[in-house]
Design a protein around this ligand. Sequence first.
Ligand SMILES: Nc1ncnc2c1ncn2[C@@H]1O[C@H](COP(=O)(O)OP(=O)(O)OP(=O)(O)O)[C@@H](O)[C@H]1O
Length: 574
Amino acid sequence: MGFRLKVAYKDVGLLVIQPGQINNQLLKGISAQLAIAIANIVAIEEIQTREEEKSRLLDFSNAMASSQDKAVLGRIITRQLKEILNTRGHYMLYALSEDKLTYYPFLFDPDSSPANLSKDPSLETTIRTNNRVNDGILKKILSEGRPILFNIEERFVQPPTPAYMKMMEERNVRKITGAPIRLDNTDIGVILFDTNNEPLGSTEKLFNSILSQIAITVSNLIAAEKVLNQLVEIKQYKQLLEEEKTYLREEIETSQNFSELIGESDEMKKIFRLVQQVASSDSTVLVLGETGTGKELIARAIHNASPRKSKLMVKVNCAAIPANLIESELFGHERGSFTGATERRIGKFELAHNGTLFLDEIGEMPLELQVKLLRVLQEKEIERVGGKMTIKVDVRIIAATNRDLEKYMEEGKFRSDLYYRLNIFPISLSPLRDRKEDIPALAQHFVKRFSKKAGKKIFSISNKALQELTQYNWPGNIRELEHFIERSVLLANNGTIKEIHLPTSLKNLTGTKSMDDIPVKTIDEIERDYILKVLKYVKGKISGEGGAAELLGIPPSTLHSRMKRLGIRKEHSG
Ligand SMILES: Nc1ncnc2c1ncn2[C@@H]1O[C@H](COP(=O)(O)OP(=O)(O)OP(=O)(O)O)[C@@H](O)[C@H]1O
């Protein structure tokens, strides 16, 4: 026999007794008392549960409020999922991208982190890269706006199966619950976690409150990440601007050297035509020629006549940079990527983005770097030394060398694949001795430039002097002629350069064919000889007007220390 126990018409329990054990009147009285007692106990239990929930939520809120980084948040979520929902604590939290159409991984419990996946490493890449929200699961969670239970096996029957499902399956998870993370009616992301039973039940209310707390913290962390990224970007731009500023300053200093290309010979006219033809395209150009023939000048002329002229032409001298630094010079490096890399630095490729990169003395590039350069030329993207991501670069390449690259290839010093990649549009500059008809115009051009620089009124060169200049073979080509005229201007006294001060040793060389035929001397020996010659010329006068220091273009103190280093005493000049 059963009696329903009620309080205020509400069922609170059922009393079952054997018939005839107790009279009806008494039974009514007992069951009324019993109903009140049960209702009280239930109410107390409910209050206790709510108190417990409240204190849990409070604990959780306090913990969340102090979580300023992902790692702390990650640990709190794992603990809550284990304690409240009695799960194994596997979860994945994805944040929505700004377009709300894709999502990216934000936080994983350590076990579910893609990096821990051993079976299928390709999943890591899939998980790490942006994925579309419209994958049949996330879209549903977001549009229904509530936690939803999914059976993983069923998803495998109904492909496509998102990578996170495969990952959970690898952790032997059978069911997952997906819940939206929202703040002020805006979707921020989704959390997916392993689930043992039907979802949530009596814990749903508490879980929703926890979700709201997670939403606040995640949105704060995302905002902080954004600010941090912006700061990094600003720093990078600042660095780029600094580098550009340095470059522009250097360019201004050298621009007057490169503003005018002089040449009247058929040879040079042909070169000018080639420059015009190739400038407007993005083709790689290889400029060949002996030292001092004007390769850099030609590279600049191409850049200045190209649509990239408003951007930088960045020069890298492959011979001047130590082999171990040249990679970082070209591609940049991340902080701490090698000893001495105390700051992140962008490389010349990035600096030349949208402009031109002039790779001077390409023949001297170390072989292992030639492979990397080839890859960059093919893929048009670079990786900083010690960096993990690739950076797209749009750079026009002009390379130059005074070496015989074909010979270098035969000797195994230059990669043939790189050679063919660079040799798309070769421009060969002949040595000055093979286009002597250019010498008068060049000499005149340099007289004008250097007399202006020295503040002297020198206007021309005598025919005799010109004749001497054209007889000489100029192993150092136009650079040598340029320096020579600079000295002659400094030494000249009236409006015309009458005398040409070709050093006797050089005069004797007028029959030589090229630099290779010059007797080999060390740089110090040459410097010593030259300083001695100038000292003799100025009769030992070091400083002041017309002194050796002035002629050599260095401060007297520098000249003194060089003389000391090279073992020159004043009496040597007598
Ligand atoms: N056609 C020219 N007209 C005027 N000046 C020139 C010409 N060619 C070269 N020069 C001058 O000669 C000097 C050497 O030129 P440049 O540096 O371009 O030679 P290079 O072949 O690149 O030398 P290297 O192989 O040593 O790097 C520069 O100061 C340049 O201004």
